[in-house]
Write a protein that binds this ligand. Sequence first.
Ligand code: HEC
Length: 132
Amino acid sequence: MVIVASMCLVTAHAADIENGKVLFEEHCVACHTVIERVRDKSGPNLRGVFGRTAGTEEYSGGFSEEMMASGVIWEVATLQAFLSSPAQTIRGTKMVFRGLRDIEARMDITCYLERVTGDGSVPTNALCAEGR
Ligand code: HEC
């Protein structure tokens, strides 16, 4: 009984990658693409973003000084923090987005990004793996 209950808990918190795609299209796609060899939109192309240091990719819009100086490495935890409130996480960022309060929505987007922006070689976060 206890085991069943804890398994339900894990399932409830597992990322929903399909939902992440929907949320990405709702909140991010106006400014970002994840498709290789497509030019940047108003925000940088997010291809290969996992494991990358913030503000180091070529980006036609030019990263803010604050983003380039942040030293943040993009992975699950740092994306969670950034997407909860970009302006508070990296003060002075040019990314005009109020943030997502819902941790599950952030997780869904993050795990969607992990799946579609990489070449499959990135270590998979356990919570993201649950959704596959
Ligand atoms: C209004 C346009 C806009 C929206 C909406 C937006 N972004 Fe951004 N994003 C930007 C800009 C501009 C930057 C560059 C910020 C800087 O240099 O300070 C950026 C930077 C980023 C970076 C850092 C990239 C790097 O290589 O360092 C990530 C990750 C990111 N955005 C993810 C997202 C996600 C996920 C969403 C949706 C939840 C989103 N953004 C919504 C415009 C946007």
